[in-house]
Design a protein around this ligand. Structure first.
Ligand code: NAG
Ligand code: NAG
Ligand code: NAG
Ligand code: NAG
Ligand code: NAG
Ligand code: NAG
Ligand code: NAG
Length: 360
């Protein structure tokens, strides 16, 4: 028979035990996303660099947005990965507008790479932003894939469907809990069905996308919530208008990604910070390595920390080289950049989805 003291003691021991079990997961001498200062800051109080169309990796395909694969992106400091999901014969495939144009492989393969990197880097919080508006795939189908790659145990389920920017847990507590992958879905999110697939637009507002002039403004373009308390995302990638179709403008990438100057990431970040009295939470860029780390320098400055890279980031891959470093092996059709292909590509896009090149 238990005495009151024994009961109290066992409850105390249990809670100490539970606390210790949780706390042991984070190495407290280490950092959170590279900075000790971030451990006590809310997830919603940090500025993260994001890779726009992170799976659209190729140095020869016009529809590509990145030169380097997701593993290299994470290694170099990208902490939000944006991706576009398509239903191909009931498999979730990562394609750009159309799977005939650019097919970045299956979501399962992509998430495998993310999981491998996260397992090797236990002190980092990573976010995924899944553009689901092409085929409106239901949450349960994503859940199946997350479970199949073993990422379901690493995803964060918020206490409610919508959190204000300051309502998010700290990076340190996300890391301690082991649930340090934050996943947003643009459409179909259902908190009751799959709580970790978080509704993007009730939690985050966005600036305009597919911008084709260097005047990146900070106006609210899309939201489904209260912009005064939500986190926000800037779409800072420049497209050039080719026969009415926006194509990633790689020739300007180092200027677009720059710390300062007309059309730079630094400039838009300063403008938005002045307008909203806080910097953006997420900054989506193309060809993130152009600028030699400038995008990470802008983020460090927005976060009030010193940019001090410990190793060089990937080298830009220029022109139509057939560089091997960035390819997602075997998954990208070899569309070489010639005017014939530009014309063919444009004709195909026009035919398939005129005016809707990229929903994000
Ligand atoms: C904790 O992190 C520090 C710095 O990264 C490292 O030197 C140390 O070995 C780690 N300790 C454990 C127990 O992982
Ligand atoms: C984080 O909080 C600090 C202190 O309140 C503030 O100056 C900064 O703008 C915030 N950053 C973000 C991204 O919200
Ligand atoms: C995915 O596409 C297949 C046909 O390829 C269709 O049978 C299935 O219903 C689709 N699933 C969703 C969720 O749209
Ligand atoms: C949002 O941005 C898109 C693409 O730049 C544009 O077509 C649309 O008109 C914008 N919507 C609003 C409400 O600003
Ligand atoms: C961008 O790259 C070009 C060509 O390599 C170079 O001339 C220019 O100075 C660079 N601009 C910036 C802002 O880094
Ligand atoms: C790139 O940045 C690193 C560190 O910030 C610096 O050491 C290196 O010299 C830079 N490389 C070029 C080509 O500018
Ligand atoms: C990703 O790119 C790196 C080089 O940047 C390469 O070593 C690695 O094999 C690639 N991974 C995959 C899965 O293609």
């Amino acid at each position: 028979m238990f005495s009151l003291t024994q009961t109290v003691l066992s409850v105390l021991l249990l809670s100490v035990g539970a606390h210790a079990a949780v706390a042991v997961k984070r190495n407290t001498t280490a950092t959170c996303n590279g900075y000790a200062e971030f451990c006590d800051r809310s997830y919603g109080n940090i500025t993260y660099v994001g890779a726009h169309d992170s799976y659209a990796v190729s140095t020869t395909n016009l529809a590509a947005n990145q030169d380097y694969n997701v593993t290299q992106q994470l290694k170099d400091g990208v902490r939000m990965l944006q991706l576009q999901a398509h239903n191909q014969s009931s498999t979730i495939q990562l394609c750009h507008t159309s799977c005939d144009l650019l097919n970045g492989g299956t979501l399962a393969n992509y998430l495998d790479s993310v999981k491998i990197w996260m397992d090797e880097n236990p002190n980092d919080v990573v976010s995924l932003l899944i553009v689901n508006s092409y085929d409106n795939i239901p949450p349960a189908d994503y859940d199946t894939v997350f479970k199949s790659v073993g990422l379901d145990t690493m995803v964060y389920s918020p206490p409610s469907a919508t959190l204000t920017a300051s309502g998010w847990p700290t990076l340190g507590s996300l890391i301690s809990s082991g649930q340090r992958l934050v996943v947003f879905l643009t459409t179909e999110a259902n908190f009751q069905a799959v709580p970790y697939l978080i509704n993007e637009f009730t939690n985050i507002w966005e600036t305009a996308y597919d911008v084709t002039t260097t005047a990146f403004d900070c106006s609210v373009n899309r939201t489904d919530g209260d912009t005064s308390t939500q986190m926000y995302l800037i779409n800072h990638f420049l497209d050039s208008d080719v026969a009415g179709i926006p194509i990633p403008d790689k020739s300007q990438a180092n200027v677009t990604n720059g710390v300062s100057g007309v059309g730079s990431l630094g400039q838009q970040t300063s403008t938005c910070t002045a307008e909203y009295h806080r910097p953006p939470n997420f900054m989506l860029v193309d060809f993130y390595e152009y600028g030699n780390g400038s995008v990470f320098e802008v983020a460090a400055s927005a976060n009030g920390v010193t940019y001090a890279p410990t190793s060089p980031i990937a080298t830009p891959i220029t022109g139509s080289s057939t560089g091997t470093g960035g390819g997602t092996s075997g998954s990208v059709p070899g569309l070489h950049i010639t005017s014939l292909h530009v014309a063919a590509t444009c004709a195909m896009i026009s035919g398939v989805l005129f005016g809707a090149w990229s929903i994000l």
